[in-house]
Ligand binder design. Sequence first.
Ligand SMILES: Cc1ncc(COP(=O)(O)O)c(C=O)c1O
Length: 439
Amino acid sequence: MAAKPAAASPAGPPMIAAGEARARALDAADPLRGLRERFHIPSGPDGKPSAYLCGNSLGLQPKSARDQVEQELDDWKNLAVRAHFAGRRPWYSAHEAFRESGARLVGAKPGEVVMMNSLTANLHFMLASFYRPRGRRTKVLMEGPAFPSDTYAVKSHLACRGVDPAENVVVAAPRPGEETVREEDALALIAREGPRLALVVMGGVNFLTGQLFDLERLTRAAHQVGALAGWDLAHAAGNVVLRLSEWQVDFAVWCSYKYLNGGPGALGGCFVHERHGGDPALPRMAGWWGNDPATRFQMHLIPEFIPRAGADGWQVSNPPILSLAPLRASLAIFDEVGMDALRAKSERLTGFLTDLLDQVTPAGAVRVITPRAAGARGCQVSLRARGGRATFQALAAAGVTCDFREPDVIRVAPVPLYNTFHDVWRFADALARAVAAPS
Ligand SMILES: Cc1ncc(COP(=O)(O)O)c(C=O)c1O
């Protein structure tokens, strides 16, 4: 955290009260304030709406989601197999309805995005196509710490291909005593590994620290040494503005249950740049739903796989209709509001949060580990607070929902769709009280 003002006081009432008044004023002036009404806000221990700041883990339920799911249940009930073609949203092409809204979210062309599977499964599918070791070029670069599922996916994938993961996964990690990865260190590692590097796989926004990487710059650096670049956008999709197509990203994968509010275990997303998607010869793990729909039901009569152009050519199975339904409700809201407006509010929310923490928490009690610069973070702010888990529990008791990652990181994510400046104030107030309390 940057130096606190000299007068930073314990959780003194005047400072806290001023913060609350400011929060109320910011909410009154917020052009997006009406969106909150479209989501179910869980209650806290007192039965009142909690300050839910955990959209980085599981986004809230859009009120319109239930109706979308019920429509599919009704079509199943009334039409059964006929709903594949005669349903209100024919199941045969259900995933195609997500092309445009999915693409808008990540700055892609419609044919470059398919919503399918889950994140880690999609990462495996992408590795099958884009990890192409040849000669000395066998290494994968990741960031440290990467989300464990990504590390498991990459290492196990290498092992399946007969490549020793211990020798072939290189990690761009924070320097000793630092919390985030210096981009110049990642760039230097890419340059150093150059002819040995096959692929860069990084999180667009790091799951632990909330650090937002410069995807365009790192992708370009990978390409300059002859490697490819793929991104895990679990913490970036629906959070920050992305331009995957323009940035020449090779592939990306994400989940839809965090910032995209698609519900627990919701369908993931997958981006394949058009220069790859248009290449039917690219090796892939194929399934019938990636086949040309015109011949898909020819079944055994045409046994050869004829890939659809674009990201759709990587889809293996028919889509889970009940899982798509809430996502449709949520993406309609994203389409209406747009990422630019959401990002603008998000920067104001996190700026308000870090300023408040400076003002209301005792010096030395809280250390923000997320980069201060708005361009180097999304809406998640991660911090280490005095009292660790006990402090986190005190927040929960005060009706503030955020999350805790061992050994001592509290992650808090004001989400512009449904969080208020007052939610942020509640968090800062509860945190100030918790860290000021004698342990
Ligand atoms: C950064 C990141 N990558 C991968 C995953 C794993 O996602 P899934 O369970 O959908 O495969 C998560 C889950 O939270 C995540 O945060």
